[in-house]
Design a protein. Structure first.
Lengths: 280, 67
């Protein structure tokens, strides 16, 4: 793909699919009253350079990217925001690094000040070793932020019951992990993701653990509405190429989910008819 | 002079310094800055009228990449 120049438009997969398929693969993704054509959300963390990040964003076709807040001395602020503005993507601040509801609520309020958006990827982690969500603090923070008018996208475990509680609390989306952040272990419990999908009426976004394109496709096949990933692209050997792979995987998974897979069988079932088999 | 804590380290500021003064000194030109003082957000509109007092704990934050 001739995508080395970051100023050229994002590579398009239109020529790879018939018109009908293309249309189905890009049916609008409604999130908190906004419509997106891309079902791939990209985290900006971990990219080796801003140039690499920009190429990956363009190749991914994403329209929504996560950002964070840190002490000003450690921030990459200005130049990164210029890149994101140039790419025309919407910003979704996160509360990464927060361990308590109090910290997460304050961080969301600060992010609203800094970024001018009330959308927040709510992340309340239980420990540094696993970075797994702390469900108790998470639900507490979600309830407070919803009451304050935030649009809360809750990063959560793959527990369908907690997912339902978050949706009931008014979260705009529930974002279960496939496996721990940055682990690249894929979707460890596909059954739970499918159960969670059925348990809530708000969008479900598979967030964290994606390692490669087939993981993203599986998330969509399980019924997720979108996929959020960062490391799988930004830390790939070739982030731009992986971003395109993820884009196509999400579209392929969406198509497959809509098309309806065949049932799994214990034994073979020939697709070539037995009728008219010659006696040789 | 008063002593406050800014981003985890002690800092000496002139008496009567406001949050706006501190941001001007610390932000390094970043325009999307957010400030927390003693665990609460200080809205941008009130930076010039919010004086800092001895012992305040202030965080001056700016956007960065994140997942």
């Amino acid at each position: 793909m001739p995508t080395t120049d970051p100023t050229t438009p994002a590579p398009d997969t239109a020529d790879l699919a018939p018109a009908l398929g293309r249309e189905e693969a890009t049916d609008p993704f409604a999130l908190a009253g906004e419509n997106f054509t891309s079902r791939l959300l990209l985290g900006t963390g971990g990219a080796p350079s801003l140039e690499s990040l920009e190429r990956a964003i363009r190749a991914s076709g994403t329209q929504l990217v996560t950002v964070a807040l840190r002490r000003v001395e450690a921030s990459s602020s200005g130049a990164m925001l210029e890149v994101l503005e140039r790419c025309g993507v919407r910003l979704l601040p996160n509360t990464a690094g927060c361990h308590t509801a109090r910290e997460a609520v304050l961080t969301a309020r600060l992010a609203r000040e800094a970024f001018g958006t009330s959308w927040v990827k709510l992340e309340v982690i239980g420990d540094e070793h696993t970075l797994l969500p702390d469900g108790v603090e998470l639900l507490d923070a979600a309830e407070q932020l919803v009451a304050e008018g935030f649009t809360v996208l809750a990063y959560t475990t793959d527990d369908p019951i907690l997912g339902r509680r978050l949706a009931d609390a008014g979260c705009a989306a529930v974002m279960p992990l496939g496996s721990p952040i940055g682990s690249g272990l894929g979707i460890r419990n596909p059954h739970n993701i499918a159960l969670l999908r059925d348990a809530v009426s708000v969008p479900v976004v598979l967030d964290a653990g994606i390692g490669t394109a087939s993981d993203a496709a599986l998330a969509m096949e399980l019924g997720c509405d979108a996929v959020l990933l960062a490391s799988a692209v930004t830390r790939a050997r070739d982030p731009e190429r992986m971003a395109l792979a993820m884009r196509q995987a999400v579209e392929a998974g969406r198509l497959a989910a809509g098309a309806g897979r065949i049932p799994r069988r214990w034994h073979a079932e020939a697709s070539t008819p037995m009728q008219g088999l010659p006696d040789l | 002079m008063i002593t406050v804590t800014v981003n985890g380290a002690p800092a000496e500021l002139a008496e009567g310094s406001t949050v706006a003064d501190l941001v001007a000194e610390r932000s390094g030109g970043h325009d999307r800055v957010a400030v927390a003082r003693n665990g609460d957000v200080v809205p941008r509109s009130t930076w010039p009228t919010t004086p800092l007092t001895a012992g305040d704990v202030v965080e001056v934050l700016a956007p960065t990449a994140g997942g």
